[in-house]
Design a protein around this ligand. Sequence first.
Ligand code: NDP
Length: 317
Amino acid sequence: MEYRQLGKSGLKVSEIALGSWLTYGKTVEDTTAEDCIRLAYEKGINFFDTANVYEQGQAEKVLGKVLKEYDRDKVVVATKVYFPMGDCPNDRGLSRKHIIEQCDRSLQRLGMDYVDLYQCHRFDSSVPLEETIMALEDLIKQGKVLYTGVSEWSAAQIEKAQGIIERKDYHKMISNQPVYNLLQRYIEKEVLPVSESHGMGQIVFSPLAQGVLTGKYKPNADIPKDSRAANKEIGRFVDRYMDNETLEAVQKLDSIADQLDLSLVQLSLAWILRQPGVSSAIIGASKPSQIEENVQASGIKLSQDVLDEIDKVLEEI
Ligand code: NDP
């Protein structure tokens, strides 16, 4: 496993991180989830992402239980705040009240004294940005949070927040967590350059397009039973990638990988990691064997010819 600095911060994270959305505390048995987290650690993954809202805290509990087996200083733990945790008006968003209360709840569930990275899961236009930023700075000063970041914020929102932080001489936010994969590249235009100008690294989610970039879903074919797309409760999240045109392009990308003696998973993750602005790709895994396969992408470099060939396939979608 290779490691990168998270943005311009001093924090070093594995190129492949392990996340827990839709998996741990939900569709994956706890014992399997625990095996996945242990294997990830053994394979050199030091970076674990979760959120308060993932199964209303269950994902944090599963992760915290296993990570207790390791020295706290060996792992980098990221969680998030924003999405509703209850029905009351203050049970959501980025108000000072919700941020401070939810940070304590996340720490309790994780069984930790601090999180390494605390992220605003989305932008909250109903709260003054200064209020959010001051609450995050207070958590840093209290030692409950070491670094802060955001998720799916636009370039303009990042610019505005970092401007306030600079003027107040607060700790700069070090990361953004957007979706980024061969089939979703919107961040390249603005988010990446603006983030880089503020020293922020991207820690990207759904790097395998929720499993589509493993090649397991074929055009005009049945959906494999044991897959996210086949799951009645969560299959809808994969729908955006499941049209025949996209699946045919994925088959072509699989052929490119084949010619290079790589798996499509390796090609897809190496393609993401070609971006110097990306610090880590957060994979999900429903089985330990997926972690075994996915970590092998770390360190693979793709030539410019291969990148051009990939672009040609993507332009056709
Ligand atoms: P991926 O694109 O890596 O998809 C993960 C799923 O793909 C797995 O659960 C598994 O599903 C399948 N898969 C992965 N590897 C393999 C393999 N080698 N062979 C076959 N199937 C495989 O990422 P996710 O969409 O799960 O997102 C990853 C993490 O990113 C989340 O856990 C979360 O931490 C974060 N995230 C953050 C968001 C945000 O708003 N900030 C939003 C979404 C995610 P299966 O076996 O069930 O088919």
